[in-house]
Design a protein around this ligand. Structure first.
Ligand code: KIV
Length: 273
């Protein structure tokens, strides 16, 4: 057992997340896409696990989050929800599942909830998807908003650069943040925006904000697990802190195994029947 294993195993709910904003306790969120990793995150005590559509990049090797499908997100989501005994699990609604007909969006969100056992969904965008958000909330499904850099719109933006650094985009982001809160979103992710803007939005809202590349003024932080563990070698944006270099360690371990096999040193007497 690690010294980080949490003893309090009470399930984290939307109520607890709201309480954390009120009491000023920071919220720790990480992504996961499989049972083994999600079990470890849950044991370590993250409050929230996001089955992000970043699975498209880190699990499937795609250049963007656009190609991942609803069926694929449901497979990842199911394995994570099974593992998370304490953490709240959110699943990204993938591109194309909520930007059109809002009733179809509602059906897709219901599928996610019924087929995965997750605790809520995350959706990228503000006013332009309000009808879909309203219907999903009306079905009783907790919704996490996502503003700033919204990777599903990368082809519109043309890059993954910092968002809302100009006045007009910052104004729209603040209006969208207030709208999402008014509609009933219980939490908001702000991605790759100036730290001062993220701090201002956080102070303005009663719901918690979770930042990624948005500075320290948000109510919590999220990182992609493969990035912070150093598994996604070569990906080192300014906002990322590397908590490990597991990619290098895995290559070393696998190299040692290969050597042992080739030298006839594995298995030894104790490792056979
Ligand atoms: O897909 C994802 O992992 C995300 C986080 C980076 C917020 O949306």
């Amino acid at each position: 057992m690690s010294s980080y294993t949490v003893s309090d195993t009470k399930k984290i709910t939307t109520k607890r997340i709201a309480e954390m904003k009120r009491t000023g306790e920071k919220i720790a969120m990480l992504t996961a896409y499989d049972y083994t990793m999600a079990s470890l995150l849950d044991e370590a005590g993250v409050e929230m696990i996001l089955v992000g559509d970043s699975a498209s990049n880190v699990m499937q090797g795609n250049l963007t989050t656009v190609p991942i499908t609803l069926d694929e997100m449901i497979v990842y989501g199911k394995t994570v929800a099974k593992a998370a005994k304490r953490a709240m699990v959110l699943i990204d609604m993938p591109f194309g599942t909520y930007q059109g007909d809002p009733y179809e969006a509602q059906r897709n969100a219901i599928r996610i909830m019924q087929e995965t056992g997750a605790d809520g969904v995350k959706m990228e965008g503000g006013a332009e998807i309000r009808d879909a958000i309203e219907l999903i909330l009306r079905a009783g499904i907790p919704v996490c908003g996502h503003l700033g850099l919204t990777p599903q719109s990368v082809y519109k933006f043309g890059s993954y650069a910092l968002r809302a650094s100009g006045d007009a985009e910052a104004k729209k982001l603040k209006e969208d943040a207030l709208l999402l809160q008014e509609l009933g979103c219980f939490i908001l992710v702000t991605e790759k925006i100036p730290a001062a803007l993220a701090r201002e939005v956080t102070a303005m809202l009663d719901i918690p904000t979770i930042g990624i590349g948005a500075g320290s003024g948000t109510d919590g932080q999220v990182l992609v697990l493969q990035d912070m563990l150093g598994l996604n070698r070569g990906f080192k944006p300014k906002f990322l802190r590397l908590y490990d270099h597991l990619g290098d360690q895995i290559i070393d371990s696998v190299g040692n195994y290969i050597n042992d096999v080739k030298n006839g040193e594995f298995p030894n007497e104790q490792e056979q029947y």
